[in-house]
Design a protein. Structure first.
Length: 242
């Protein structure tokens, strides 16, 4: 191969590269490609009123099951939203809303001495677990014209917790409905598994909880544990608080 021939080859290669480059520039002009302002996809999601949308995605857990898993103590803290208008104690007063002691399975609009709205009087229903659940989700929608001006509790677990709490505010709490079998999706199975684990762990957990409730008494009896857990030592410094 002499140098002349080599030049030809090099020229051909260079030419090709130049041509490609030119093509790129020209096509770039024709098919303008905008790079996105933000990487990734925009996913549109309504965040509030998520109820309907969530329902489509999340598998709905039946109320029966939620009630069985519900924690009445959590319910009590959620029910602080109600105390501006409701008293929960036996023989307690009617406030803006009627006294709710023993409301579970009580006839609607039946509490003595409370001036119910016509809408509520017309409802003529029993406050079963389910009826309360529906009502609390959206009072104004379930009983249009109700004087309970409360937006509602959107989360099913919150409602179940409140209902579990309400159920305890009674002479004889109603028995909780039996949990129903849900299609065993992998998720559900996993949850079951978790639950079993949780049950296993229950015993020590409870002990912990007891300790928290009565730290002063237990501390003295179990000096060995103090070494492992420095936290209780703090409590020792401030026993007056207990
Ligand atoms: C702004 C005040 C207000 C708040 C907050 C409120 N309620 Fe009410 N509630 C009322 C009034 C008023 C009524 C009577 C409604 C009617 O007559 O239409 C009522 C009625 C009820 C009833 C039906 C009682 C019956 O005897 O028929 C239930 C159950 C109830 N409320 C539960 C709750 C729970 C649980 C909460 C908290 C999560 C709550 N309410 C929060 C004002 C309120």
């Amino acid at each position: 191969m002499d140098s002349f021939e080599l030049n030809k080859v090099m020229g051909a290669i260079l030419g090709t590269l130049l041509f490609t480059l030119a093509l790129n520039i020209v096509s770039g002009g024709i098919f303008a490609s905008h790079s996105p302002h933000k990487a990734g996809y925009e996913i549109e999601a309504k965040d509030d009123k998520g109820g309907q949308k969530q329902a489509a995605v999340e598998p709905q857990i039946p109320l029966e099951n939620l009630l069985n898993e519900a924690n009445p103590e959590k319910g009590a803290s959620i029910a602080r939203q109600c105390v501006a208008c409701h008293d929960f104690t036996k023989g307690g007063p009617n406030k803006v809303g009627p006294n709710l002691y023993g409301v579970v399975n009580r006839d609607s609009a039946s509490h003595e001495g409370f001036n119910y709205s016509n809408a509520m009087k017309a409802k003529k229903a029993k406050w079963t677990f389910e009826a309360i659940d529906k009502f609390l989700e959206n009072p104004g929608k379930v009983v249009p014209g109700t004087s309970m001006t409360f937006l509602g509790l959107r989360k099913a677990t919150d409602r179940a917790a409140v209902i579990a709490y309400l159920n305890k505010q009674a002479d004889a709490p109603a028995p909780l409905p039996k949990p129903v079998a849900v299609n065993a999706t992998p998720d559900a199975q996993k949850k079951d598994g978790d639950k079993k684990d949780a049950e296993k762990k229950d015993a020590p957990k409870q002990k912990d909880a007891e300790k928290k409730d009565a730290p002063a008494a237990e501390k003295k009896e179990m000096p060995a544990e103090k070494k492992d857990a420095p936290a209780p030592a703090e409590k020792k410094d401030a026993p007056a608080k207990q």
